[in-house]
Design a protein around this ligand. Structure first.
Ligand code: ZN
Length: 138
């Protein structure tokens, strides 16, 4: 799976986790709804790749397909994979994805959450680029 992602993307580092909120939601969702705009930093709505056993070509190709346009993917009944230009960036994305899954879980306990669609996340990405939001040297 890792080799397939390195081949299919510009990843310089990959982080793979079995973090609990992501694993729990991987069993019930096809896409993780965005309850917060931070998901824009992962390239858009994060998809859940179909289940396949670890170490298989099926898991690798399913992960690569579900990663299209994203830097994160959830693996059904398994975990998550994120990538980045550095190990730190890939790790931050893994932490963001788990945080987004946890916040979505909390929101569902309180009711039916309002969510952001792909267009809203794309608008956030554009504004982030325009403002260089989050960069320390500006
Ligand atoms: Zn694993």
């Amino acid at each position: 799976m890792h080799l397939a992602v390195y081949q299919a993307t510009d990843a310089a580092a990959i982080v793979h986790t079995h973090s609990p909120f992501v694993v729990a939601l991987s069993a019930v969702l096809d896409v993780l709804p965005a309850v917060h705009y931070a998901m824009a930093g992962l390239g858009g709505l994060v998809r859940v790749a179909p289940y396949a056993r670890f170490g298989t070509q099926e898991l690798a190709s399913g992960a690569v397909s579900a990663l299209a346009g994203r830097t994160a993917v959830i693996l059904r009944n398994h975990g998550a994979l994120t990538y980045g230009a550095t190990l730190g960036q890939a790790y931050d994305r893994a932490r963001t994805l788990e945080w987004l899954a946890r916040v979505y879980w909390y929101a569902c306990q309180a009711g039916t959450p309002a969510t952001l669609d792909g267009d809203a996340l794309a608008e956030v990405s554009a504004a982030t680029r325009a403002l260089r939001y989050g960069e320390r040297d500006h």
